[in-house]
Design a protein around this ligand. Structure first.
Ligand SMILES: C[S@@+](CC[C@H](N)C(=O)[O-])C[C@H]1O[C@@H](n2cnc3c(N)ncnc32)[C@H](O)[C@@H]1O
Length: 246
């Protein structure tokens, strides 16, 4: 299996460590069922679970079939004693394949990509290949989205999908990050402003436990500080939704 370059792997493990700390801060007993949403070609959730010694069932949801095939294999390598179940559905459509109660739901930086998927549908695969061509494709799509008269509709649909999910699944601990992306750093701030609106609306609906996030994120070495300003951004509790018993 072809894996990512060192810097990406380093970042994945760094993020995995933040998710691990948040899970531990929740102090939950007997974690058996975990759902990770929209991992992309990454294993941040798997690294977090390995670090807490998790053995159980992990459901991975991603609408992109290639992503799912890749991460299923990868998660089985990282968590060999766990059952890994890939669900190739959207967040709204996967509900009937999940248990009604799950211990942990986690997702890293999903909201911008959900909007892209709302706009591009199956063509969004072209936006996520991590090369220059995909970047151009993605920026062009954002220009179109931000100029579209359907701007509010995209946000509404994404929020509706989340509501559908949380109204039907009982979640022990909910963890979502949506920090500013290095990927958009050379682009228009409007992208981040729009994604932030979606984030804030979702946070209003789900709620959040600020103390829990803060104590989990403080005192972590901001290892990548120079490049990503992680203490102001990724390790900023303002960019996370963490809450128990949703
Ligand atoms: C690039 S990843 C997000 C970042 C990734 N979690 C990470 O940490 O690097 C986004 C994934 O979301 C998936 N996706 C987008 N909208 C979706 C939806 N509504 N339901 C399910 N998957 C979706 C895409 O297929 C893509 O693989």
């Amino acid at each position: 299996m072809k894996r990512v370059a060192d810097m990406d792997l380093f970042f994945e493990k760094y993020m995995g460590n933040l998710f691990r700390r948040i899970i531990e801060e929740g102090n939950r007993k007997d974690i058996k069922v975990v759902v990770e949403f929209a991992p992309g070609f990454r294993a941040k959730g798997a690294y977090a679970l390995r670090e807490i010694g998790f053995v159980g069932t992990v459901y991975i949801i991603d609408i992109n079939k290639k992503v799912l095939e890749y991460v299923e294999e990868l998660y089985k390598l990282v968590l060999p004693d766990s059952e890994i179940i890939g669900l190739n559905y959207s967040l709204g459509d996967c509900i009937k394949y999940l248990p009604a109660e799950i211990d942990i739901f986690l997702t890293n930086h999903p909201l911008d990509d959900m909007i892209i998927f709302e706009y591009l549908g199956d063509k969004s695969d072209n936006a996520f290949n991590n090369d220059e061509k995909s970047k151009e494709f993605l920026y062009k799509a954002w220009d179109e989205i931000l100029a579209s008269s359907d701007l509010n509709k995209f946000k509404r649909n994404v929020i509706r999908e989340w509501k559908q999910f949380i109204d039907n699944i009982s979640i022990g601990m909910f963890i979502l990050s949506q920090y500013k992306s290095a990927y958009y750093s050379n682009s228009d701030n409007m992208i981040e402003d729009y994604v932030k609106l979606v984030f804030l609306e979702l946070r209003e609906i789900i709620g959040f436990d600020e103390n829990l996030i803060k104590s989990a994120l403080e005192d972590v070495d901001p290892l990548l500080d120079d490049e990503f300003k992680v203490s102001d951004n990724i390790q900023n509790s303002e960019n996370w939704i963490v809450i128990q018993n949703v």
